[in-house]
Write a protein that binds this ligand. Structure first.
Ligand SMILES: Cc1cc2nc3c(=O)[nH]c(=O)nc-3n(C[C@H](O)[C@H](O)[C@H](O)COP(=O)(O)OP(=O)(O)OC[C@H]3O[C@@H](n4cnc5c(N)ncnc54)[C@H](O)[C@@H]3O)c2cc1C
Length: 476
């Protein structure tokens, strides 16, 4: 059969969070658009990432709440966990969301969906199955895959990744996790709460790029519940025992360790997905295993752009959607764009949650000579006390004039609370504006106001202010 030639304005390769967002915006503006997907609509987020991981965490949270209800004066008795049913719940959640990302929905919007692997054949043509696509513009949104580290013996053993871990129907007896980033930590807590023994092995420190005090709280909380952490571990062998269990040999300092587990999960980060795209034929350059991009997300081929996990500094669904919205401005309205990385929150959905935005404490102190670090503890928040969720804090970084530079929150609902600070930073508000808000009592949001008021603490306690108040009182 002869190939069908398509000549849309826009061709997007990859129907994950990034590709779907841009395709929907193109269709809404009546821009002829072809969306090429070689596997499942919805990409990683729906099928192997955010959605199943949050569904599994939710099941773990429910189990944990049942097992720890005595503090609230409740007695549940023994809790039985049917792991196969937990995984059915996970699949059910995926099925519930699936229609939003389906081919039927996108075609109804006016998007032409091609289900095949796309590959560039020259600088302005993509071949996908029986389709030859010559578009005015292409956008690469092919996402990422699990990065598998070159550990001795790893290729000889059976291991899980985020693409297979949600297919388990029995709970691992002992889950070994290599990698202490967000995926490793979320999977550690979810499986532990659902009945697995969990050991986490990390070559550096957990959450290496995030706030150290917050990482310490997360480590302490997970450790106190029984998850074993082996940080600064130098793995020198991975093998399968005769019994069928997986063995990981590593050194911590001078000490040798050997851990045996029933299952091994590799969660050592993500690698961009572009090997089979034929980038060289399209003159799209790659540097340090990353697609070379301008600040307006353009590759070295002026017709081709890239967004989402494949090229982004932050691998989050909201980053992918944000970049898609920027590209919509650029491609459909010809407006200039610039990725404002400092406005994108970084989140972790363990209990306690973690969220940060903008500069870290160390960066703020390095870039601003008189940076202020404002804090408030969950221990001093009445809602947190009532709900027994006092482990956590907020830390707000400002310059000496109160301009907000960044925020870190670890504790209950951190992922929700951070948006307030995102809005404040995007609108260039100052801490005085946050201090002037009236949060409802008792809410977790009060920690934001309390941290902001800390900015004025020295003013309130200054002798000059006290003198002023005395003088005003004297006036009557
Ligand atoms: C376990 C886990 C949990 C996560 N949790 C969160 C979370 O809670 N919050 C959050 O914000 N982020 C989370 N993420 C990250 C999030 O999933 C990704 O950032 C997001 O999916 C990136 O979207 P994307 O569109 O760039 O790529 P993807 O979702 O990976 O989509 C890329 C698509 O391109 C397709 N493709 C690849 N090559 C080709 C080709 N040559 N031709 C055609 N199609 C192709 C792929 O099949 C895929 O469908 C998580 C990730 C994992 C792994």
């Amino acid at each position: 059969m002869a190939d069908t030639l398509l000549k849309p304005d826009l061709c997007i390769i990859g129907a994950g969070s990034a590709g779907l967002s841009l395709a929907a915006m193109a269709a809404a503006l009546n821009v002829p658009v072809v969306l090429v997907e070689r596997d499942k609509m919805g990409g990683d987020c729906l099928n192997f990432g955010c959605v199943p991981s949050k569904a599994l965490l939710a099941a773990g949270k429910a189990a944990h709440a049942m097992q720890n209800s005595t503090l609230f004066g409740l007695e549940c008795g023994d809790v039985t966990i049917h792991f196969d049913q937990v995984q059915s719940h996970v699949q059910d959640i995926i099925r519930t969301i699936e229609p939003t990302d389906s081919i039927a929905r996108y075609e109804a919007m006016g998007v032409k969906v091609v289900t095949a692997e796309g590959r560039f054949t020259d600088d302005r043509t993509l071949q996908a199955g029986d389709y030859t696509i010559r578009a005015r513009r292409f956008v690469i949104a092919t996402g990422s895959r699990p990065f598998i580290p070159p550990l001795p013996g790893l290729n000889e053993v059976r291991y899980l990744t985020n693409e297979t871990v949600f297919q388990l129907t029995t709970c691992p007896d002992h889950l070994l996790i290599i990698g202490g980033g967000p995926i490793g930590l979320e999977m550690a807590q979810a499986h532990h709460r659902l009945g697995a023994k969990v050991s986490l092995i990390e070559k550096g420190e957990i959450l290496a790029r995030e706030d150290r005090e917050a990482a310490a709280i997360i480590r302490q909380q997970l450790q106190s519940k029984g998850i074993a952490f082996y940080e600064n571990a130098d793995i020198h062998a991975v093998s399968t025992e005769e019994s069928g269990s997986v063995r990981v040999d590593f050194k911590q300092g001078q000490e040798d360790h050997a851990l045996e587990g029933s299952h091994l999960l590799i969660a050592t980060g993500r690698a961009p997905h572009f090997e089979r795209l034929g980038l060289e034929r399209a003159f799209v350059k790659v540097r340090n295993n990353r697609i070379k991009l301008s600040s307006s997300l353009r590759t070295t081929n002026r017709r081709i752009y890239a967004m989402g996990d494949v090229s982004s500094p932050y691998q989050f669904t909201h980053m992918a959607s944000y970049e898609a919205s920027l590209l919509a401005r650029k491609l459909f309205f010809r407006l200039p764009i610039r990725v404002q990385k400092h406005l994108v929150p970084r989140t972790l959905y363990t209990e306690p949650e973690y969220a940060s935005i903008g500069l870290s404490e160390a960066e703020a102190l390095q870039c601003h000579r008189k940076a202020r670090i404002l804090r408030w503890s969950y221990h001093d928040n009445d809602r947190a006390i009532a709900e027994r969720q006092t482990n956590g804090f907020i830390k707000v970084m400002t310059d000496r004039r109160g301009t907000i530079l960044g925020c870190v929150i670890v504790g209950a609902r951190a992922g929700e609370l951070i948006h307030f600070w995102g809005l404040a930073m995007s609108q260039k508000l100052k801490v005085k504006d946050i201090a002037a808000t009236v949060p409802a009592y008792p809410t977790y949001s009060e920690i934001s106001k309390r941290a902001s008021v800390e900015f004025y603490k020295s003013t309130f306690s200054s002798p000059a202010v006290k003198r002023l108040v005395r003088w005003l009182r004297w006036l009557g």
